[in-house]
Design a protein around this ligand. Structure first.
Ligand SMILES: [Zn+2]
Length: 78
């Protein structure tokens, strides 16, 4: 599969760091499974995983945490 951004690189499986910012809170998810372009570095995160991150991020923000860094695992996504 070719990258849709640079139309040159190959998409390979990897991990990304996703940062969510809302209402002054910053939530950082590390080791999120993603597809990454080996040329421009653009990362593609599956829609399902993206939804999970948004849902989790909202829950964390609701709890009043300003900064939270956590690893993405199947456990937290369940
Ligand atoms: Zn690319």
């Amino acid at each position: 599969m070719k990258c849709v951004i640079c139309k040159y690189g190959e998409i390979i499986k990897g991990f990304s760091t996703v940062i969510l910012e809302k209402n002054g809170s910053t939530i950082i998810f590390k080791e999120v499974p993603s597809l990454i372009c080996d040329n421009c570095g653009e990362s593609y995160i599956e829609g399902k995983i993206n939804k999970e991150l948004l849902f989790l991020g909202q829950q964390i923000i609701k709890s009043g945490v300003e900064v939270d860094i956590r690893k993405y695992t199947k456990k937290i996504a369940a």
